[in-house]
Write a protein that binds this ligand. Sequence first.
Ligand SMILES: Nc1nc2c(ncn2[C@@H]2O[C@H](COP(=O)(O)OP(=O)(O)OP(=O)(O)O)[C@@H](O)[C@H]2O)c(=O)[nH]1
Ligand SMILES: [Mg+2]
Length: 300
Amino acid sequence: MTEDGFRSGFVAVIGRPNVGKSTLVNALVAEKISIVTPKPQTTRHSILGILSRDDCQIVFVDTPGLHDPGKQLMNRAMVKSASASLVGADLALLVVEARGWQRGDDFAWERLRSSGVPALLVVNKLDRVRPKDKVLVFLEECAQRVDVMAIVPVSARTGDNLERLLDTIREHLPEGPPLFPVDLKTDRGADFRIAEVIREKLLLALHQEVPYGLAVEVRALERRDDLLLADVTIWVDRESHQGMVIGRAGERIKQVGRAARLDLEKVFGQRVHLETRVKVKANWRDSAAALRQLGYEEPR
Ligand SMILES: Nc1nc2c(ncn2[C@@H]2O[C@H](COP(=O)(O)OP(=O)(O)OP(=O)(O)O)[C@@H](O)[C@H]2O)c(=O)[nH]1
Ligand SMILES: [Mg+2]
């Protein structure tokens, strides 16, 4: 069934929040698998992005940013999910920013090191560093800090050096057949992808503490001819945030819905209709039952 030399495996993509893990997975798989925003802690769940080529199948696991989670249950669930991605991974990519090493990178490296999973260090956001020789100095610093099989500088945003990264990943995967059907790009269904794209637009539209208390739940999904109809509830964790999400005369929620619909119509290649409402669920981030309902890993 498999040709000689075909390789496959799970590749956990980890790192502190905001280093560009999701941007990287989207660029490598060439599809919007995961949402991206300038805000840290955008990704909250582990998400598979599957790249199938003639010579390999790479199953990337995009993960929430690793950080010291404190007591909050949602943060703990996020960090647990990122750590769990290392269990059974064939390879890990530790992503850091080319602008310099930060303390948060040490936290991620420690988790990776104690897992024993072989790793590559991906130095991302190359496009942000001028002059270029500064990067060389940083790559040398990285080689002192971490013990990995290779260090690969890239720009997930411009696509710089991603082919070389893919070749390096392939070299370090075991021989084996595809693990998923070759036309599958992610393990997540339409309901999850709809909820995430709406959350992305909300994160982009809202500021300060509001975005962190948001969750999006697709309560029902219906396919009618060429139309995808979604019934969506946006949860906020404080009464005062409800009006901020809705906006004056409903303007903000309308804009968010429109932006999400346009993206989703591209993802699904069909018309999408979103029916949204905003509800308050006080302190849902500290409620095990609410987290379960929203599909989070059981926090420890
Ligand atoms: N200039 C530049 N910006 C980048 C690059 N990669 C990602 N970014 C930006 O960095 C920000 C964070 O990107 P994400 O992909 O959401 O980062 P993440 O590591 O997944 O973040 P969390 O999910 O919060 O852990 C976004 O504004 C991206 O556009 C890059 O190569 N160059
Ligand atoms: Mg992310």
